[in-house]
Structures are given as structure tokens and as C-alpha cells.
Write a protein that binds this ligand. Structure first.
Ligand code: NAP
Length: 256
């Protein structure tokens, strides 16, 4: 018996085996879910190859969260495989590392900031609206953030985008709650993924975590984060929405 037995889950944002979305898809399958995954553009081929490494090979959908035609056809694409969804995972972010991250806060151009906010924050709303017709019986949306309540070294405009994501999640909780749809985020500590490697200076965050997280922190272990996402997708948080669950070894609760 798994905690997602009988649930149909879309995990959006799986590129590599190192993607948090991949670990989430794996744990969701282990817990009994029927999983679909998605990615976009040139990386779709990689996602199709990587999908074979999951316990059960899932269907791979094409979804660029900035492309309205993809969002409009999401329900149709999903219905080719399952007749609805019980949960959707938003594991998506992008900010141009050359112009927005690694000490570029004061010079980051608006066009790139706008793209980062659209892909990393606004898209949670876009995905929720696209998936809503598939969640007739209610459901659970879960996204991934990196604690946006403070300023970090290197994270720069992605921190602003994450603040937008956190607020977007609360407004979705407000507007979709009456339909029985919950919306929550998992705030993960630094994990070694493709997106993280692109952030110049990300290793400073990793070493701070090693020093200060009371439970310790392994930046190569995505399973604790994936398990929290899966718990929020399950029926074990039926009265929780607009919440941010920290999976960071306790780092956020420490002063020094
Ligand atoms: P990742 O493997 O690079 O995943 C990010 C995903 O977003 C990729 O699959 C990427 O696709 C996809 N994406 C980018 N633009 C998109 C678009 N327009 N439409 C659809 N998908 C798009 O990195 P990750 O670290 O697992 O990131 C997953 C989530 O966790 C992100 O929200 C990230 O901010 C968050 N998070 C990460 C950490 C960390 O330390 N790694 C910590 C806290 C939170 P392509 O690869 O094809 O560009």
C-alpha cells in the first residue's frame, strides 16, 4: 500500500536524473501513483531517455509553460493517458545565469527579469489554470521554492522570482480552495541539479548549509525533498493549503 495509490500525478520539469522532478516521479511511483512527466524544447529527447530509468516508464508530455498553445492542449495531452489528474508538481524555474545571477542584481535587465518571473512564478498560475479542468474532484498542486524571505549570495533575481512564486501559491490557495484544490510549496535546501550548477557561487550556499543545518545536509540526496512533495500530494494533508514546508535540514529555523 502506498500513500498515492490510485492517484494520477503530472510532474512538470524533468530533464535529468538529477532533476528534483525525477526524484519526485520515482517516489510517487513507489507510492502507487500513475505518473506523467513533462518538459519542453530541445531537452525533450533527454527527458524521453531519462524516463526509461524510472521504475515504470511514464508518458512524456511537451509543455513549455510560457507557450499558451501548450497550456491550452495540456488537458487533451493528459487525457490520451489518464482521464484526469489528482496532483500536479511544478518543478520549473529559469533565470539567465549570465545576466541575473551570481552578483548581477544591480545590473539585471528587465527583459531577463521578466522571463525569470514568467517561467519561475507566473507559470505556477498558468499550470494550475491549465490543469484545473482535469482536477474535477479536487486535488493538490505542489511547487518548489528556495526560501525567499531573505537575500542570499548569488541567488539575486531568482530570489525575487521565488518570492513571486511563494505569493502566487498563496493566491492560488485562495482561489482554488473552493474547488477542493490545495496549493503548497516545498522549500528545499541547496541540491545538486542542472539548474543549481548554472548559478555562479552556488557552492557558498552548499557550504553554509553544511555548517548550520542542525540535521546536516546532503546536497546530493533529493529523496527527502521528493518525499515531502509526495506527502503534500497525498491525502495526509487534507486541510493544508497556502503552506511552505521546509526540507532544509532545519537551516531556516537557526539564527547563527
Ligand atoms: P532542473 O533539473 O534544471 O529542473 C528545472 C526544470 O525546469 C527543467 O526541467 C527545465 O527544463 C524546466 N524549465 C525551464 N524553463 C521551462 C519552461 N519554459 N517550460 C517548462 N519547463 C521549463 O533543476 P531543479 O533544481 O530540479 O529545479 C526544480 C525546481 O526546484 C525549480 O523550481 C528550482 O528553483 C527548485 N529548487 C531547486 C533547488 C536546488 O538547489 N536545486 C533548491 C530549492 C528549489 P530544461 O532543463 O529543458 O531547461
Amino acid at each position: 500500500m502506498g500513500i498515492l495509490d490510485g492517484k494520477r500525478i503530472l510532474v512538470a520539469g524533468v530533464t535529468m536524473e538529477s532533476s528534483i522532478g525525477f526524484a519526485t516521479a520515482r517516489v510517487a511511483q513507489e507510492q502507487g501513483a500513475e505518473v506523467l512527466i513533462s518538459n519542453f524544447g530541445r531537452a525533450l529527447g533527454i527527458t524521453r531517455r531519462i524516463a526509461k530509468r524510472l521504475p515504470t516508464e511514464p508518458p512524456v508530455l511537451e509543455l513549455d509553460v510560457t507557450d499558451q498553445s501548450h497550456l491550452d492542449s495540456l488537458a487533451e495531452q493528459v487525457r490520451e493517458h489518464v482521464d484526469g489528474l489528482d496532483g500536479v508538481v511544478h518543478s520549473i524555474a529559469y533565470g539567465n545565469p549570465a545576466t541575473l545571477l551570481g552578483g548581477k542584481f544591480l545590473s539585471g535587465p528587465w527583459e531577463d527579469v521578466a522571463q525569470a518571473v514568467q517561467v519561475s512564478a507566473y507559470s505556477l498560475k498558468s499550470l494550475a489554470v491549465a490543469a484545473r479542468p482535469l482536477m474535477g474532484a479536487g486535488g493538490s498542486l505542489v511547487g518548489l521554492t528556495f526560501d525567499a524571505t531573505t537575500a542570499w549570495p548569488a541567488y539575486d533575481w531568482m530570489g525575487v522570482a521565488k518570492a513571486g512564486l511563494e505569493s502566487t501559491s498563496r493566491y492560488l490557495a485562495r482561489d482554488l480552495g473552493p474547488d477542493g484544490i490545495r496549493c503548497n510549496l516545498v522549500s528545499a535546501g541547496p541540491l545538486k541539479t542542472l539548474a543549481a550548477k548554472a548559478i555562479p557561487g552556488f557552492e557558498d550556499l552548499e557550504s553554509a548549509w553544511k555548517e548550520r543545518a542542525p540535521l546536516g545536509w546532503d546536497e546530493t540526496d533529493h529523496t527527502p525533498t521528493a518525499r515531502a512533495v509526495v506527502a503534500l500530494l497525498s491525502d495526509f494533508f487534507p486541510a493544508t493549503t497556502g503552506e511552505i514546508v521546509h526540507v532544509d535540514g532545519g537551516f531556516h529555523a537557526m539564527g547563527l
